[in-house]
Ligand binder design. Structure first.
Ligand code: NAD
Length: 359
């Protein structure tokens, strides 16, 4: 069985789907074919792949292709019927890309669709990449704030700690809380899922009670708030946000535009020098003023809309992603051959396009 690993072509994408360490652990019967330069931006050169046992060559003809980003139309044209593709395929938002794969008869496995059950945790690439993003978001906030995060007692006087608010306490939010706490900030957080309060508090942060309680789906995700709840949330936050030096927003509802939590008025009410890091920038942003992919300053408040934060830490982001991909492959490949057991809920749940077999 041949496993192809292409070089990513999306602008700014520095990750790679498989790192040399994982190549060495793929198991008997799996031969990795890595495109030349695929790991360069993440710090893994062709020689490291060769030493791990991979071949450097054309990855597109392999039985299984593992990528980070969904293939472009040009890349998809290189795939063939019956081939397995594993990547972030954006099944809820990239309709054209999914239709392309379906028309080509490709078995498309979307990393976003791995069910959030205990057995699938090693394959949970959304969580591994959200961990990277949450960590980096806290560092960006600390870097751009013209103040210290920790409290300092010096001969020149005492500096109070920064006050940080994290909105959305899923995987990324919890990592942002933990990182901001390690840097010494005083952290508060809010999430619409009531179950999160305990997790926030166990990290030493305060749960901000806005009086808004949303619902949780079976998969552990939040349901979108009603229009009335959204208005109430914006009003509650607007009253409290000026008390914080930095706001890190991570709120998301799968397949929906990012909920707008921070109004333009709330941004303007913050002290000059305050910082907002909007992790939801890619799906439109949690703040009304966020410009995806840009850092802007609104009335003295820096609003960071960097997209794809995991790609800014490509070595560890790729290492974690690679382990997720390898765990999924271990399920799709048996004894050196692709074997898709559609009765397995991870396999059927993760598959978003499938070659139709005549009955
Ligand atoms: P996500 O990226 O979809 O959303 C981020 C957070 O935003 C969520 O916590 C969500 O509740 C919150 N949110 C949505 N709308 C909001 C609003 N209007 N205001 C404030 N917050 C809002 O979520 P995620 O981080 O990928 O995961 C969500 C949860 O799923 C995790 O916290 C975890 O408990 C669970 N999970 C379970 C497993 C498992 O294997 N069992 C694995 C990973 C995650």
């Amino acid at each position: 069985m041949r496993l192809g690993v292409p070089k990513e072509t999306a602008p700014g994408e520095r990750r790679v789907a498989l790192v040399p360490e994982t190549v060495g652990r793929l198991g008997d019967g799996i031969e990795a074919v890595v495109e030349s330069g695929a790991g360069d931006a993440a710090g893994f050169g062709d020689d490291a792949y060769r030493e791990a046992g991979a071949t450097i060559g054309d990855p597109w003809g392999a039985d299984v292709v593992a990528k980070v980003a969904a293939p472009t139309a040009e890349e998809a044209a290189r795939l063939h019927s019956g081939q397995v593709l594993v990547a972030f395929l954006q099944p809820l938002t990239d309709t054209a890309g999914i239709e392309r794969l379906a028309a080509a008869g490709v078995h498309g496995f979307a990393l976003e669709s791995v069910p959030r059950i205990t057995r699938a945790q090693p394959m949970d690439a959304l969580s591994s990449q959200a961990t990277v993003a949450g960590y980096k978001a806290a560092l960006l906030a600390a870097d751009r704030l013209p103040r210290f995060f920790p409290m300092l007692m010096t001969a020149a006087g005492t500096i109070p700690p920064a006050k940080v608010l994290v909105l959305g306490a899923g995987v990324a939010g919890l990592q942002a809380i933990a990182t901001a706490r390690r840097l010494g900030a005083v952290v508060s957080a809010f999430d619409v899922r009531p179950a999160v309060r305990e997790q926030v508090e166990s990290l030493g942060a305060t749960f901000l009670d806005l009086g808004i309680h949303g619902e949780e789906t079976e998969g552990g995700y939040a349901r979108e708030l009603t229009a009335e709840q959204q208005v109430a949330q914006q009003a509650e936050l607007q009253a409290r946000i000026p008390g914080f030096d930095a706001v890190i927003t991570t709120a998301a509802v799968p397949g929906r535009p990012a909920p707008k939590l921070v109004t333009a008025d709330a941004v303007r009410a913050m002290r000059p020098g305050s910082v907002i890091v909007d992790l939801a920038a890619e799906s439109g942003g949690n703040s009304e003023v966020t410009q995806p992919g840009q850092d802007i300053v609104v009335d003295g408040v820096t609003v960071i809309g960097t997209t794809n934060l995991p790609s800014t830490m490509p070595t560890h982001a790729s290492q974690l992603l690679s382990r997720n991909v390898a765990s999924l492959l271990a399920l799709l490949v048996q004894d050196g051959a692709v074997k898709l057991d559609w009765d397995d809920e991870i396999i059927s749940g993760t598959c978003v396009t499938r070659k139709e077999v005549a009955a």
